[in-house]
Design a protein around this ligand. Structure first.
Ligand code: FPP
Length: 227
């Protein structure tokens, strides 16, 4: 099979990795953010078109305030450290999710990142921030009803109201850290995706591990319900 066009990743295991190093959970999130840079550049070099990463879920607000604040500040850290390099690598950054609950300072930084990378064509890096698939589907249904109050809903119409409507279908979804579940990530979009569950924690998942996963995908035979 050919190279996947769109790869999604559930970047799990930051906390456990940090614990294994005798460090705070936030240390894991920091190294997780650094790894986004590494994997995005490798994805672009491989010729992948879209990389969608689960950075913060609608359920992650249940975590301690200090951890939530740390993650909400990561876009700023990421911008300061890597934006120039990501622009040099022709990476275009977008966000999906419900921004209503995000701190204003985070929204401003994310808008700045979008603006500064908007003309890049190499790889689309989509960060899911305060994203939950059920919230997305409910939002899409409500938008559909508002826009077409008298039409029956169909799959194509509903899809056109999802955050991902402009992106190609997700070919492959990877979850790190050994957990085998989707945790409310892209439930609609993953209907026919290939899934790979990797035992490594996200901060220790290297570019070569990513490439091996892509090779595993290339060996699979997708049937989309056919024969
Ligand atoms: C899951 O690991 C990871 C998260 C909830 C946060 C992931 C965020 C990043 C990798 C960085 C985001 C960066 C930007 C620029 C927005 P966990 O904490 O649940 O790990 P555990 O299961 O071992 O506790």
């Amino acid at each position: 099979m050919s190279l996947p066009q769109h790869v999604a990743i559930i970047m799990d295991g930051n906390g456990r990795w940090a614990k294994s190093q005798g460090r705070e959970r936030t240390h894991g999130h920091y190294h997780g953010a650094i790894n986004i840079r590494n994997i995005a550049i490798r994805a672009k070099d491989l010729g992948i078109k879209v990389l969608t990463l689960f950075a913060f879920s609608t359920e992650n607000w249940k975590r301690p305030d200090s951890e939530v604040s740390f993650i909400m500040d990561l876009p700023r850290v990421f911008l300061n450290q890597y934006l120039k390099e990501l622009i040099d690598n022709d990476i275009n950054i977008e966000f999906i999710g419900d921004w209503k609950k995000l701190p204003t300072s985070t929204v401003k930084i994310c808008e700045d990142i979008i603006e500064k990378t908007k003309d890049n064509q190499g790889l689309k890096l989509v960060l899911a921030l305060n994203y939950g698939s059920r919230q997305e589907i409910v939002m899409a249904v409500n938008s559909f009803i508002t826009n077409h109050p008298h039409l029956p809903i169909d799959e194509e119409m509903l899809e056109s109201f999802l955050y991902t409507s402009h992106l190609p279908p997700v070919d492959l979804c990877i979850r790190t850290s050994g957990e085998k579940r989707l945790s409310n990530f892209l439930l609609w979009q993953l209907a026919y995706s290939e899934l790979v569950f990797c035992p490594l924690h996200w901060p220790e998942f290297t570019e070569n591990d990513f490439e091996k996963t892509i090779n595993e995908y290339e060996k699979r035979h997708r049937r989309f319900g056919g024969l």
